[in-house]
Write a protein that binds this ligand. Structure first.
Ligand code: PMV
Length: 324
């Protein structure tokens, strides 16, 4: 083996203001602005080892060698970093999530963020935070946001994400309710392209999402959960409504997701707890609440039929290089 090696930890993120749809498919630019919270409790650790003896790139995920589309996507990112560094050597990528990969939680966000930073270091590519975010974005748009800590925005058509406020800005909690996953759902990329092609509500989504983003952005800056919550829920449900109107429908939510949503509403209306839900391209429900209310929200979600476990997360830091 000859060449560089780097190990990186990156946290996943959950969008409070969702993006769904591409402004440019080839460049992987997003059609609407999004704003996310980086999550301390959902981490990916990735090592990139450049190796002159390799004939092609290798990917080991959770201890198992992986081929097919995941390897092709990782190799495409490595290829971009090689082009920037002038190297032609291949690399071995070893990656582990500290949360269940098959659970449908957003492993591509932390995965491509960690890979972008580790590859840049291993190949010695001189990339600043902006350029790194752009490299990660080509792998998965949500990954552009995971290079930063705290509250992060990715504007429509933007090359790179930027931090809106650091993780110390607001001590909120995201309670992730992991529901029973019957089968692996459609990938976010194909789900959003299908929505754009066939849903009569996609145009309405494109028109409304930027307004919700502005509302959410202002509420985050003001640390105003009562203002953030309703706009955040509407962002998620308007996104799912645009998918549901596709032909055939794109459906990620299951019975447990709907039961969890009903429980969150009851937490607010019956128990007086300020808790607000969001959902992505999977059946899990993520609930934003104050640090003080998080244990109560977690207990309520654990009692919902079909919720298998919960993960409570504080705001997380930026992706960072760690010692081997
Ligand atoms: O960029 P991707 O392919 O990870 O898609 C992310 C899509 C959502 O999670 C549903 C929304 C978002 O803004 O993260």
């Amino acid at each position: 083996m000859s060449g560089g090696r780097a190990r990186v930890v990156a946290c996943s993120n959950i969008a409070l203001a969702k993006y769904w749809g591409k402004a440019d498919e080839a460049q992987n630019l997003t059609a609407v602005p999004s704003l996310s919270l980086t999550l301390d409790a959902l981490r990916t650790t990735t090592e990139v080892a450049v190796d002159a003896t390799l004939q092609r790139d290798e990917l080991i995920l959770g201890g198992r060698a992986v081929a097919g589309r995941p390897l092709a996507r990782a190799a495409a990112l490595l290829e971009r970093v090689r082009a920037l560094s002038g190297s032609r050597l291949h690399a071995r990528v070893t990656s582990e999530n500290d949360f269940p990969t098959a659970s449908g939680l957003a492993s591509s966000a932390s995965g491509f963020a960690a890979l972008a930073l580790a590859a840049a270091r291993a190949y010695g590519a001189p990339l600043g935070p902006g350029a790194l975010s752009a490299v990660a974005r080509r792998g998965s748009a949500s990954a552009a946001r995971s290079l930063h800590g705290g509250f992060v925005e990715l504007l429509a058509g933007a090359e790179e994400a930027r931090q809106l406020a650091p993780e110390t800005h607001w001590d909120v909690r995201m309670v992730v309710a992991v529901t029973t996953l019957a089968a692996k759902g459609e990938s976010s990329t194909s789900g959003m392209l299908h929505t754009a092609r066939t849903s009569p509500y996609y145009g309405a989504w494109l028109e409304h999402a930027p307004r919700l983003f502005e509302e959410i952005r202002a509420a985050v800056l003001a640390r105003d959960l009562a203002a953030l919550g309703p706009a955040m829920e509407q962002s998620a449900l308007a996104m799912h409504a645009s998918m549901l109107a596709s032909r055939p429908a794109v459906i990620y939510l299951n019975a447990a997701s709907l039961a969890a949503l009903a429980r969150v509403r009851a937490l607010r209306e019956v128990d007086g707890v300020s808790a607000w839900a969001t959902m992505d391209a999977g059946p899990h429900v993520k609930v934003l609440a104050s640090a003080e209310d998080a244990p109560r929200v977690r207990d309520a979600l654990l009692a919902v039929a079909g919720v298998e476990r919960t993960i409570v997360s504080a705001p997380g830091p930026a992706a960072r290089v760690i010692e081997p």
